[in-house]
Design a protein around this ligand. Structure first.
Ligand code: DC
Length: 218
C-alpha cells in the first residue's frame, strides 16, 4: 500500500487523538498530535506563575523547545527536554489553551515543526487546521465530529478515569466555549474543508470509526 498523509480535524472531544493513534498503529505510521503542541506552550506559560497575558505567551514561545516522540503506540511530549505528557492534559492547561493557540507567532512556530515532522510521509496528524493550513496536500482529509452531548460525555469519562471530579453540564459548556473560540479565531480557525470527508461519530464505537478510516486508505 502507498504511504499516505492523513489529516484529521475536528472539534474538542470528537475522539481525534484516540482514533488517529489507533489508525497510526494499524498502518505503522507516525502519529502527530498537534493539540499537544499548543498544550505544551500553554503548560510552560502557566509555569511562569504570572497572569496569562498575550505578552507572556509570546515571551514563552520565543524560547520554547517542543518535541513529540511517538513510540510503542504512545505519544511523548517534551518541553525543553522535560517529559510533560501528563501535565499538558490538566483542566488548568485546557482552560487557557485556546487563548494560546490563537496567537500568530505561536501558530507559526508550531506549524513549521508540524510540517517538518510530516515531511517523510506515512503520518496521521490531528488538530484543527491540518487539512486547511498545515498539510493542504494531505492524501486523506477527515473532519471528525460528534454531537456536543456525546463529546462532553466522552471527555467526562476520560477525566473521571484520571481521577478528576468534573460536572458534566459545566464540561459541556466549556467544550462549547472552546469550539467557539477555535472556530471564530482569525488565524487558521477550525473548519471543514470542501475536500474533507465528514465523519460524524455520534453513536459509533472507536473500532468502528477506525475501520471506516482504514477503509478509506484502501
Ligand atoms: O485537540 P486538543 O484538545 O488537545 O487541542 C488543544 C487546543 O489546541 C484546542 O482547543 C485548539 C488548539 N489547536 C489548534 O488551534 N490547532 C491545532 N492544529 C490543534 C489544536
Amino acid at each position: 500500500m502507498k504511504s499516505f498523509v492523513i489529516a484529521i480535524d475536528g472539534p474538542a472531544g470528537a475522539g481525534k487523538s484516540t482514533v488517529a493513534q489507533l489508525v497510526a498503529q494499524k498502518l505503522q505510521y507516525t502519529y502527530i498530535d498537534t493539540g499537544a503542541m499548543y498544550r505544551a506552550v500553554a503548560w510552560k506559560t502557566l509555569q511562569q506563575q504570572k497572569p496569562v497575558t498575550d505578552a507572556l505567551v509570546l515571551e514563552v514561545v520565543k524560547n520554547i523547545q517542543v518535541s513529540l516522540q511517538y513510540a510503542d503506540g504512545k505519544i511523548m511530549v517534551a518541553v525543553d527536554g522535560k517529559d510533560v505528557s501528563r501535565e499538558i492534559r490538566t483542566p488548568e492547561v485546557t482552560k487557557i489553551v485556546s487563548q494560546v493557540a490563537k496567537l500568530a507567532p505561536v501558530r507559526e512556530k508550531m506549524v513549521l515543526l508540524q510540517r517538518q515532522m510530516a515531511a517523510q510521509g506515512a503520518v496521521v496528524m490531528d488538530g484543527r487546521d491540518i487539512a486547511s493550513k498545515v498539510l493542504p496536500d494531505a492524501d486523506i482529509k477527515i473532519f471528525l465530529t460528534a454531537s456536543i452531548e456525546e463529546r462532553a460525555e466522552r471527555r467526562w469519562r476520560e477525566l473521571k478515569g484520571k481521577g478528576y471530579k468534573v460536572d458534566l453540564a459545566a464540561l459541556q459548556k466549556e467544550i462549547a466555549a472552546r469550539d467557539q473560540a477555535d472556530s471564530e479565531r482569525e488565524i487558521s480557525p477550525l473548519v471543514q474543508t470542501a475536500d474533507a470527508t465528514l465523519l460524524d461519530t455520534t453513536g459509533m464505537g472507536i473500532a468502528e470509526v477506525v475501520a471506516v478510516i482504514l477503509d478509506m486508505c484502501r
